[in-house]
Design a binder for this molecule. Structure first.
Ligand SMILES: C[S@@+](CC[C@H](N)C(=O)[O-])C[C@H]1O[C@@H](n2cnc3c(N)ncnc32)[C@H](O)[C@@H]1O
Length: 266
């Protein structure tokens, strides 16, 4: 893993909720609404975090079983508390080593994770291994590469103006995977059939500038990890630059994810 991942802090479930969880819940619901998965299926979720997509699957997917996997014990503890449901089993684990036997899963899902996974071909191969013939992989990632996650894009652009070293940390640069074309190509290369990639868009509306800024100071996620690492005067300069651009609020921005699906051969 390169140095640019050094701020990818996946701890502190409450901080993550303030920064990303409130938006990931919305995109999870929109994603599930389009999925049209069969009821009574066996699901696995890679990178469940604090349980945003887990809750959406249970609410709208009518699963028989769901194994939700994440490497972060902090996030798993938050997810277990937030999503008490006998159909779900939370397990510590990593991409590439799902706790699922071969060909036992009908639907494999993942929300906002696959761009962070260092060996994505191995992760996709492992997801395919776990699927029954005819089963589906469905996942989504933010459109970082296209600047589609506007609040994060605005943060990194301002940060790089003040600190040239921040440019290498910008998720738009780090994650060339997050284009429609690259996602489709990697899924097809991994062996999935009938690959499709569609946009899912939500609005991210911040009540005022503090509502926009405060989550960046809490340290959970790449941009907050960077922000929390800054000396107080540099953090204040970044805050001032962003507030000068965005005003005191409310602040309405857009957020686009790419939702992909692919099928295991029957
Ligand atoms: C942006 S969060 C998304 C969490 C949740 N799915 C959501 O939509 O809110 C990224 C998640 O990926 C997990 N993650 C990071 N690297 C991973 C890996 N190699 N394998 C599995 N999960 C990973 C993190 O622990 C974190 O929970």
């Amino acid at each position: 893993m390169g140095d640019e991942a050094k701020h990818d802090a996946w701890t502190a479930g409450q901080s993550y909720e303030a920064y990303m969880g409130r938006w990931s819940r919305q995109v999870a619901a929109a994603f599930l609404a389009r999925l049209d998965a069969p009821a009574g299926a066996d699901w696995v979720e890679l990178g469940c975090g604090t349980g945003a997509l887990t809750a959406a699957v249970l609410a709208a997917g009518a699963p028989r079983s769901l194994v939700a996997v994440d490497p972060s014990e902090d996030f798993l503890a938050a997810a277990r508390a937030a999503v008490p449901d006998p159909r779900v089993r939370f397990e510590r684990g990593q991409a590439g080593a799902l706790p699922a036997a071969d060909a036992t899963i009908d639907v494999a899902v993942s929300g906002l994770v696959l761009n962070f996974v260092p060996d994505r071909p191995a992760a996709l191969a492992d997801l395919l291994r776990a699927l029954r013939p005819g089963g589906w992989l469905a996942f989504y990632v933010w459109d970082y590469a296209g600047g589609g996650l506007e609040f994060v894009d605005r943060f990194w652009k301002a940060a790089a103006e003040l600190d040239p070293a921040a440019a290498a940390l910008d998720e738009a640069r780090r994650f060339p995977f997050t284009t429609r074309h690259a996602i489709a190509a990697e899924c097809a290369a991994a062996g999935f059939d009938d690959v499709g990639v569609e946009p899912v868009e939500i609005a991210t509306v911040f009540a005022d500038f503090a509502d926009f800024w405060t989550p960046f100071t809490l340290g959970a996620g790449p941009a907050p990890g960077y922000c929390a690492s800054l000396a107080p005067e540099r953090r204040a300069a970044l805050r001032e630059r962003l507030e000068g651009r965005l005003g005191s609020g409310p602040i309405a921005m857009g957020a686009r994810a790419w939702a992909a699906r692919g099928q295991a051969s029957s």
